[in-house]
Ligand binder design. Structure first.
Ligand code: GLN
Ligand code: ZN
Length: 761
């Protein structure tokens, strides 16, 4: 019998009870010191390793854990600290500087943060800017030693690969790419040499960039890097790991001189299998078969997975196969065992990280000992999946048919933007450079406590509603007093912009503990779209109309767009993402109509996650954008010319999206800008934009209150490339994570900045 081995690419960092998050935040707020932080984190880390050991995972990843983010770790490992963090004098990066890079500090803005491929995880963007990198700390080695010493685990250190690291970094010109490879190669060599000396057998080098569309030049670079690394550390087995899609240059990648190649057999799995069967696989290499979805929460269809394995074994010898997750399990919650309230049919069809460990070891067992060894589990698996598929939740014929119809008829507003603009000017009579906010105001401890009481039924619906109304009214006064032009109700009734809608629509379920890391210590608990999505009753009308009744200024209604609801949820996998989105659009368009009928004439439909869903391969972009944009329009088009549709986006890379953003045909769009260090403004030099637009004039991720002068200069820069008649002034994003005082102070400065800018026009 050949024993087929199992592995995963990474395990969630946050801990079953989000101990990781709590420890980080306790440290930031000064409640615990550095050593207490380390010991708390070690507990979380070792518990995860122990669990993998107990479950029988053969090759356990180490160094997948972090104090904040793995890209930041890699930068820190090479001493790549931007000069503005002037406290850094070389050597191991002190913890407070590490966190300052992530979160900003007095006098030094945080490093940019952006999405990790097409996930909702955000990493810190390394800044190279002519630095001289050095190996200041071999973090993978420390992680390896710890696992060995504490648990006798022969760990597999995980590193971000050189090419991916460089591609995701900024602060260098394309022409300097090779020079940077030359600078970094010796450092990677050192890291690996030290690991080799320590006796490490396998290292996992993550190169997810290899699944994107690569130029010939870049492919040659990848070959150069791995030829050199392979030659420099012959005594260590490099598993070159790709994920999130298939690799286009399959035949060249599998020929790289490394000991193993990890491929994704889930996302882009058809293509991966096709390449494997068509092009074969080098006999001397190990193949990491990413078979269990590292990003989805559904139980795998084990019979189907065994079918894939059988095909793999026709090409690759069993002893050369590693059964693994398709990506790090960082993207899924820790365990379904915490869920006590889900309907059994649903719960039975779910698999979070821990359950995926079981799936992986089961598959490895079946692959080693034959399918009969897991007969009972197979049967149970099939039944659980079938039960959900035939449940009432997936049988709403009306919605299913309507979604198909929406997909077939492109939606558009009745009037052109020019006509709407005239009608809206007359109705709203706003000043030039109107000021507004993105929607949410601080979710103070009182707001959170109130919601907790209501959820625990300590408060009645009426009590909670009164409380929310008081907050709305308090903030309407504050906004009027600050002098904002377009007000919002503040979203106090919402924990989360997707969850709130999901709770009111059919087809969604909510976990109690299904947290995943979004950025830093921030975790999100994505809803689960498991059935057909349907509108049941008005979702936002009550609070919005109440807010409007308190003021003469316009109050913007606030909805989350269909694409964002999709991209920030865990989505059923029996229906195309496109059709699920149209089901959501349908429900949202009903809400838009309800708001309009209730007299709300400005409605913002947020699509911060539009770009997130962009496929990794360029050739698939157009198709996605086409339906995504159309789904947005399906929810926003059926309104009067005087009704002003707003939308909002975060971390928008405008350059490759400009066409689609125009096609959304929103009357006003607000985009996060300040954390991209002005790069966004720059891109308007090349692309014209001729609808209402607000570029965020201050960063809301940091508690720092920016001065009016700073904001004026931001506005002036923007007005060099954008039409002042169409320009809006707003912060980067919602303010729910901020404190009240800093919010009020910053908005005052913003209104002052708008005033000064108006005068200078
Ligand atoms: N309206 C939302 C808010 O203000 C938008 C949040 C977002 O873009 N992520 O909170
Ligand atoms: Zn935003």
């Amino acid at each position: 019998m050949t024993k087929v081995k199992s592995s995963i690419l990474g395990y969630p960092r946050i801990g079953g009870g989000r101990e990781w998050k709590k420890a980080l935040e306790a440290y930031w707020s000064g409640k615990i010191n550095e050593s207490e932080l380390y010991s708390r984190l070690a507990e979380v880390r070792l518990a995860s390793l122990k669990l993998q050991q107990e479950k029988g995972i053969d090759l356990i990843p180490v160094n997948d854990f972090t104090l904040y983010d793995h890209m930041l770790d890699t930068a820190a490992m090479f001493g790549l600290v931007p000069q503005r963090f002037s406290g850094y004098k070389g050597g191991v990066v002190p913890l407070d500087i590490y966190y300052a890079m992530a979160r900003g500090a007095e006098g030094a803005t945080a490093c940019e943060m952006t999405k990790w491929f097409n996930t909702n995880y955000h990493y810190i963007v390394p800044e190279l800017n002519g630095a001289e990198p050095q190996l200041v700390e071999n973090k993978p080695l420390l992680a390896y030693r710890e696992a060995k010493k504490q648990l006798d685990i022969e760990g597999k250190p995980v590193l971000v690969g050189l090419f991916t690291f460089l591609k995701l970094s900024k602060g260098y010109k394309t022409a300097e790419t090779d020079a940077w490879i030359d600078k970094l190669l010796p450092l990677y060599e050192q890291v690996l040499l030290q690991l080799q000396q320590e006796g490490v057998q396998w290292v996992q080098i993550d190169e997810p960039v290899l699944v994107t569309t690569l130029s010939e030049e870049d492919l040659t670079r990848v070959e150069r890097i791995y030829k050199q690394l392979g030659a420099a550390v012959p005594g260590i087995n490099i598993l070159l790991q790709t994920y999130f899609e298939s690799v286009d240059a399959y035949s060249r990648i599998v020929q790289l001189p490394v000991a193993g190649i990890g491929l994704d057999f889930v996302h882009g799995g058809k293509q991966t299998l096709h390449s494997l069967e068509k092009e074969g696989f080098p006999q001397d290499k190990v193949l990491g078969v990413g078979l269990i979805d590292g990003r989805g929460i559904w139980r795998a269809d084990l019979s189907a997975k065994l079918g894939v394995l059988e095909r793999v074994f026709k090409v690759v010898a069993k002893e050369k196969v590693l059964i693994q997750s398709s990506s790090s399990l960082l993207h899924v919650p820790v365990s379904t065992s915490y869920e006590e309230k889900l309907e059994p049919v649903l719960k039975d069809a779910l698999a979070f990280a821990d359950e995926k460990l079981d799936e992986i070891t089961l598959l490895a067992k079946a692959a080693s000992e034959g399918t009969d060894a897991i007969r009972a589990e197979l049967e149970q698996n099939g039944q659980a999946l079938a039960a959900l598929q035939t449940s009432a939740a997936r049988s709403n014929k009306t919605v299913q048919a309507a979604a198909i119809q929406l997909k077939q008829q492109p939606a558009a507003r009745r009037e052109s933007f020019a006509e709407r603009r005239t009608a809206q000017r007359e109705r709203w009579k706003l000043p030039l450079l109107p000021t507004t906010t993105i929607g949410s105001f601080p979710q103070s401890p009182e707001v959170r406590q109130a919601r907790a009481k209501w959820r625990k039924a300590e408060w009645s619906d009426a009590q909670y509603r009164d409380f929310v109304r008081q907050e709305i009214s308090r903030w309407i006064r504050i906004q009027e007093e600050i002098g904002l032009d377009v007000l919002v109700h503040g979203e106090f009734e919402r924990t989360d912009m997707v969850e709130f809608f999901g709770e009111k629509l059919d087809g969604f379920a909510f976990t109690q503990n299904g947290w995943v890391q979004s950025y830093g210590s921030r975790c999100v608990k994505p809803p689960v779209i498991y059935g057909d999505v349907a509108y049941t009753s008005a979702m936002t009308v009550d609070e919005t109309v109440y807010a409007q009744s308190l003021t003469d200024r316009p109050v913007k209604g606030m909805l989350t767009g269909p694409v964002t609801i999709l991209n920030w949820s865990f989505v059923r996998d029996d229906l195309s993402r496109e059709l699920v989105t149209y089901q959501i659009s349908l429900a949202l368009s009903q809400e838009v109509q309800a708001l309009e009928q209730a007299g709300i004439g400005m409605i913002q439909v947020d699509e911060p996650a539009l770009r997130e869903g962009l496929p990794l391969k360029e050739r698939d972009h157009a198709e996605y954008l086409n339906w995504a944009v159309d789904a947005f329009r399906s929810s926003t088009s059926n309104v009067d010319a005087t009704t002003q549709i707003h939308t909002h986006m975060c971390y928008c890379e405008f350059n490759d999206m400009v066409g689609s953003i125009r096609d959304l045909d929103a009357d006003v769009i607000s985009i996060e800008t300040s954390r991209s260090h002005g790069e966004l403004i720059h891109s308007f030099e090349e692309h014209t934009y001729d609808k209402g637009i607000g570029l965020g004039v201050y960063d809301i991720h940091s508690p720092r209150v920016p001065s009016a002068t700073e904001m004026v200069s931001m506005i002036h820069r923007a007005l060099r490339v954008l039409d002042p008649e169409l320009f809006w002034i707003n912060p980067d994003c919602g303010l729910k994570t901020r404190g009240s005082e800093e919010t009020i102070a910053a908005l005052r400065n913003m209104v002052q900045a708008a005033g000064e800018s108006r005068e200078s026009l």
